[in-house]
Ligand binder design. Sequence first.
Ligand code: CP
Length: 308
Amino acid sequence: MQLSTKHLLGIKNLLKEDISTILSTARQFKEVLQRPIKKVPSLRDVTIVNLFYENSTRTRISFELAEKRLSADAINFAASASSVSKGETLLDTVNNILSMKVDMVVMRHSASGAPHFLARHVPAAIINAGDGINEHPTQALLDAFSITERLGVLEGKKILLVGDITHSRVALSNIHLLKKMGAEVMVAGPPTLIPKYIEEALQVKVEYNLKKALAWCDVANILRIQLERQNQVLFSSLREYNLAYGVTKKILDEINKEIIIMHPGPINRGVEIDSDVADSNQSIILQQVENGVAVRMAVLYLLSGVKN
Ligand code: CP
């Protein structure tokens, strides 16, 4: 099996067939990860660099673990501990790394479009691990994988994204993926955190009342307020945000409907989600993290060009 693309830069330009191929390959790798010996030789002799110009817990560890489970040689690069601080450019950094015979690059960067720039200038396969406010494709793939584990298919399912839609790369990748796969998508949050014209541009529903939005959906994916990406005051305080848009046990009890609760992490307890929701049986937050390894194994394997 192969994908129609050499790189994974985003979901926007990925074919529906590519998404299905990644999800079905991830199912096979998840089965491998349940075995006592979780390692397969699929990417032996393939070298992958994890190039992180921005902080990460889940994505960086998940990619590294996926690479190790596939028997690839994994190298970790943190910009803060590199010669970037001495003025080296992104392109010089990557070309120096590639000259050491590196085959694939996993990259997170605070600048939207940074992986697209690299893909135009270097021969290696580039995988976007999150670029600015643009896309986070492997997060959307693992979210989709986690939903299908619970609900079987995405087609016709009602998926709600709650919170800071404007600054969330997770939201944009999720919207592209869910729409391609036939799900209905709604976004909810304060008007200042939802882009104007999103309804027409991306064919999603918009709801400013959290209770109505939760009553509509099968799945609620709750997003963090991206304070580090906001350069102006967009809501009065975190306390007031929690009162209007925080997903609490009280509001879930009021709608009296068993919806699935998701969050890409990191979670801010008591802001966008309360602890008794994040830690409840309705929450699949840690299953999302678990599934990330199998999904990233699938992406790396399918983009490596290795034919086993
Ligand atoms: N979900 C996610 O991207 O988390 P990290 O920032 O910890 O990688």
